[in-house]
Design a protein around this ligand. Structure first.
Ligand code: NAD
Ligand code: 44H
Length: 399
């Protein structure tokens, strides 16, 4: 039998990156999504294109050998697919992991003991996304089936990096994205000699393009605190200064300088914490600045700034590095300025969290806003500085 992967979330990164790599590695891909329009289009269209637009070159790939299931309406069918799949991946957004967990739990529980454990890899911008998904899956698994659950599933965290902008509504299933990519996955969950409880049948899924590591933290923190910090800084400044796209924002010399300052601060943490050489981090920073300035992507500031409550979270791209830098006595000024821009991303059309942020800002004291939104507590050195920012934004909204 051929190899099969079930991928949750047939959106930008799902169709454009994860499914593309699975397809090129010989997997049949079964998409699971909740939007009928996408599910129906995938089932009615035997192929779609992935169009790479680099700063200096273009390329095109054709994706075939897939099907799609609406996970809201066809749970039984999806459970069967998961019970016989080799891999489950997802790119649904961090807040959706809890909703996809029950069906995955049932699919895993139904697997035959002859099969290798299902490889589960969440592809989200979140530290420990697969571990979070695994917790939700285990909560949805009968208690008496937990002891040997590791015989049926192996969970590997990952860091996934490729800019896939919002797509032209007339593009159908085709996806335009940048040429650069990086997909780093933990190897220990598939290594029978590692310190993780692993089935003797466990094997790394053979997916071309994955970089395997036994120590993911430096990769995910470097990615989130450089790519996503710079991207979000450009987007939030851009939004507040009426720029349409991130590349447009990056052509503004002041915004460009703010982005450079923010990732100079995070670089200090990455170098100190992960022992990455300063020269290597400098080269990485330069590459990221070029990537987010790519004019062919036309990445809307609203997409990159989406979900400000998530992005202002404790482990996220601004507060995460700033809290650690502050504890180390290092500069956090540019990160806090960028966070201020994020607090100003309110009532943006189509973005529920931006409406919720506006309400929270209106109905609470600055201290309560900081606790609710960022998860910082009064014992964090960064806390009073974020309170000052929130007070400033609140005062401006009352004028
Ligand atoms: N776009 C990028 O550049 C990029 C790059 C790296 C990582 N990511 C991460 O990938 C994830 C998805 O981002 P995206 O840009 O592809 O978003 P997207 O909105 O294009 O895709 C998300 C998809 O998930 C589907 N979905 C929502 N709820 C679902 C559910 N309960 N079950 C199944 N499907 C469901 C949506 O219908 C949509 O098709 C996010 O965590 C994001 O941070 C995105
Ligand atoms: O996906 P988010 O909302 O966490 O962040 C928006 C963008 O910064 C993000 O999607 C990037 O394009 C991506 O992380 C690049 O690898």
């Amino acid at each position: 039998m051929g190899k099969k992967a079930v991928h949750f979330g047939a959106g930008n990164i799902g169709r454009g990156f994860v499914a593309c790599f699975l397809h090129e590695s010989g997997y049949e891909v079964v998409f699971a999504d909740v939007v009928d329009k996408v599910v129906d289009a995938l089932n009615a269209t035997p192929q779609y294109k992935v169009k790479e637009v680099g700063v200096d070159s273009k390329d095109e790939k054709v994706i075939t050998n897939y099907r799609a299931i609406n996970s809201k309406h066809n749970e039984a069918e999806l459970i069967d697919e998961i019970s016989t799949a080799d891999v489950v991946t997802c790119s649904v957004g961090p807040n959706i992991l809890k909703f996809i967990a029950p069906v995955i739990a049932k699919g895993i529980d139904k697997r035959s003991s002859d099969l290798k454990p299902l490889a589960v890899i969440a592809c989200e911008n979140m530290i420990g996304a697969t571990s979070a998904l695994a917790e939700h899956i285990k909560t949805n698994t009968p208690a008496e089936r937990l002891d040997d659950h590791y015989e049926r599933a192996a969970y590997a965290n990952s860091a996934i990096d490729r800019i896939v902008p919002a797509q032209d509504p007339n593009a159908g299933l085709d996806v335009t994205l940048e040429k650069f990519y990086e997909w780093v996955v933990e190897s220990k969950p598939f290594d029978t000699t590692s310190d993780i409880k692993t089935s003797s049948k466990a094997e790394r899924p053979s997916i071309e393009g994955i970089k395997w590591t036994d120590h993911l933290e430096p990769f995910i923190e470097r990615k989130l605190f450089t790519v996503n910090t710079s991207h979000a800084t450009a987007a939030y400044y851009g939004y507040n200064r009426h720029k349409k796209t991130v590349d447009d924002a990056m052509r503004d010399t002041d915004i460009r300088a703010q982005v450079a300052a923010a990732i100079t601060e995070t670089a200090a943490l990455i170098v100190a914490k992960h022992g990455i050489a300063k020269e290597e981090q400098d080269a990485y920073k330069q590459k990221i600045v070029a990537r987010i300035s790519n004019p062919y992507l036309a990445d809307a500031v609203e997409r990159v700034g989406r979900a400000p409550l998530r992005k202002l979270g404790r482990k996220e791209r601004f507060i995460g590095p700033a809290a650690e830098l502050e504890e180390r006595g290092l500069s956090t000024k540019a990160l806090l300025n960028a966070a201020e821009m994020a607090f100003r991303f309110q009532n943006v059309e189509g973005d529920d969290e931006s409406n919720e942020l506006a309400t929270i800002m209106k109905d609470n004291t600055a201290e309560d806003v900081v606790t609710k939104v960022t998860g910082l507590s009064t014992s964090d050195k960064l806390y009073p500085k974020v309170v000052d920012i929130v007070k400033k934004v609140q005062a401006d909204s009352q004028e």
